[in-house]
Design a protein around this ligand. Structure first.
Ligand code: HEM
Length: 385
């Protein structure tokens, strides 16, 4: 077996594989841009940006059921992310009103306030403090949980549930399943207690009031939708903020540049989303036999769209592995691309930009306490300042 065949066959993107995954991406893009890994029961992968965008657009060939997350985080499809057309549109439409520019504008002040409060608390802990669980996680937790209508007294339970579901599911599936069951039980209770208060307009209110073809969602549909937004709205944004801080902590010249020119922060954040994407890959299922770059893929086979690899594609991004905080052309796949493109992208983006702005405003020059600290969003991120 050649080296590249071996890399393809063993290609993985979870757990420790994530530590050095960018090297594999580069090898695969040049030597095996569409290939097959034998992990997790076998799956095809697509690594070139152009091919990923094409698959995203072609939802008649690349469906999402039974699960976009691979391996799945639930044994039942989660709306809207795991639902194919035509049902998908109706599910997605329910939450659109919450993410309009007008609604986002209303969030501006709460986002800034949350970031300022959390940055002050982080500072109070002193040099060596953890910017992951002590800043990157609590900012979206505070913002998104309020928007969603998750009661504040429950927030302290969320970190552990998220970590167990997302980061234990490969090594320790039982722990992950237990956390999934706990989250379902939590929402079961929350939905049972829901009262239709016309003054309240949280995300849960929108879901509970929604009708598709004149009928409200069933209790089970609501549970699955709540579980999805719990995972989608919290960990992704926290990961992005953490990754941005990680880069700035190990690149003092970029940190100084953003302190001197805060107007560059939104551009820098797009680069963090490109190079250090919270969602490295999402799966599809082939709905009919097809071919990508000459590679035949059969109906029913699972296909991984490796956003993280497409985001470092040399055919699209000059010097692709460099985090260039002033990169102007930046059509990345951090939020996906087709009909399932991230619903909360504008909110996530705003939380990231304001999160970085306020961190730089409040925390003086900082560096990594452990210079070997990994890039990804798993575990603590201790900083010296
Ligand atoms: C920086 C933060 C975020 C990142 C990087 C991110 C990334 C993604 C990605 C890659 C997808 C899949 C797109 C595809 O396969 O085409 C997705 C879907 C989704 N995201 Fe996000 N996301 C973020 C924040 C949020 C937030 C704050 C919410 C709030 C509700 C959210 C809700 C969703 C939903 C509901 C979907 C499924 C959309 C559909 O199936 O139509 N995301 N996100």
């Amino acid at each position: 077996m050649t080296k590249i065949e071996e890399t393809a066959r063993n290609f993985d993107f979870h757990g420790e594989a994530l530590d050095n995954v960018f090297e594999d991406y580069a090898k695969l893009r040049s030597g095996c841009p569409v290939g097959r890994s034998e992990k997790y029961g076998g799956f095809w992968f697509i690594t070139k940006s152009e091919d990923i965008f094409a698959a995203e657009q072609n939802h008649e060939t690349f469906g999402v059921a039974p699960s976009m997350m691979f391996p799945p985080v639930c044994d039942r499809p989660l709306p809207p992310i795991d639902v194919d057309q035509p049902e998908h549109t109706a599910y997605r439409r329910i939450l659109l009103p919450l993410f309009t520019p007008k609604e986002l504008k209303k969030m501006e002040q709460p986002i800034r306030q949350a970031a300022q409060e959390q940055a002050a608390m982080f500072m109070a802990k002193g040099s060596g403090a953890d910017a992951s669980y002590g800043y990157a996680r609590p900012v979206p937790l505070q913002i998104f949980s309020a928007l969603a209508g998750f009661p504040e007294e429950d927030w302290s339970k969320f970190d552990q549930w998220m970590d167990d579901i997302l980061y234990e599911r490969i090594e320790n599936p039982e722990k992950s399943e237990k956390a999934t069951a706990a989250v379902f039980a939590y929402f079961d209770n929350l939905l049972e207690e829901w009262v239709d208060d016309p003054e309240s307009n949280t995300l849960i209110d929108y879901l509970c009031r929604a009708e598709i073809d004149g009928k409200r969602l069933t209790h089970d549909e609501l549970l699955r939708y709540c579980y999805l937004i719990f995972l989608a709205g919290l960990d992704t944004t926290a990961w992005a903020i953490r990754a941005g801080i990680w880069h700035l902590a190990r690149t003092p010249e970029d940190q100084q540049k953003l302190r001197d020119n805060p107007d560059l922060i939104p551009m820098a954040c797009e680069e963090f989303l490109r190079c250090l994407s919270p969602v490295q890959a999402m799966a599809r299922t082939c709905l009919k036999d097809t071919e990508v770059r000459g590679q035949k893929i059969n109906e029913g086979e699972r296909v991984l769209l490796v956003f993280g690899a497409g985001n470092r594609d040399e055919d699209v991004f000059p010097n692709p592995d460099k985090i260039d905080i002033e990169r102007e052309e930046n059509r990345h796949l951090g939020f996906g691309g087709g009909i399932h493109r991230c619903l909360g992208s504008n909110l996530g983006r705003r939380e990231l930009v304001v999160g970085i702005e306020e961190f730089l405003n409040v925390v003086p020059e900082f560096t990594l306490a452990d210079p070997d600290q990994k890039w990804h969003g798993v575990g603590p991120l201790n900083l010296n300042f």
